[in-house]
Design a protein around this ligand. Structure first.
Ligand code: ZN
Length: 150
């Protein structure tokens, strides 16, 4: 278990230091802003959605290592996936970081997202880990505060 913990730690450190998709994609049709005042995490997310598929995701902004790594891993995991895939992963991710009973069963299939499992032991960081997910969720739901940049 210690080895696994170390590996997870490496994923978070790596994605915090070298965040993936940390830019505004050339073409985007959804924009959303996520702010977590408890920690000061503040990001703008961009997505290009074609039909049911999220073809591109990018983000900019700043915050703690957990929030930045989470946005980075989420963006690289979800690029090219459908909205339904997003909903399934979002639910599993939330259950995992909240440490809900039964959440463990799906962790093996979560790939790098499993790196955030340890967040469940630090309840104050759950909002950091889920910030980008909540932001993307409202973007995909087409909430009124989401503006089209095209
Ligand atoms: Zn944070």
């Amino acid at each position: 278990m210690d080895g696994l913990r170390e590996l997870y730690q490496q994923v978070i450190l790596d994605h915090n230091k070298n965040p993936r998709n940390f830019s505004r994609p050339a073409s985007t049709n959804r924009t959303g802003e996520g702010y977590n005042p408890l920690c000061g995490d503040h990001y703008t997310l961009y997505a290009e959605v074609n039909g049911d598929v999220v073809t591109d995701i990018g983000f900019q902004g700043s915050g703690c290592a957990i929030s930045k790594a989470s946005a980075s891993v989420m963006s690289s995991t979800l690029k090219g996936k459908t909205k339904a895939d997003f909903e399934t992963l979002f639910r599993a991710f939330q259950e995992m970081v909240k440490g809900e009973p039964g959440a463990g069963s799906g962790i093996a299939e979560m790939g790098k997202l499993a790196a955030f499992e340890g967040v469940s032991e630090h309840p104050s960081r759950i909002k950091c880990a889920t910030l980008a997910w909540h932001t993307l969720n409202s973007m995909l739901q087409g909430q009124p505060d989401v503006v089209s940049t095209e």
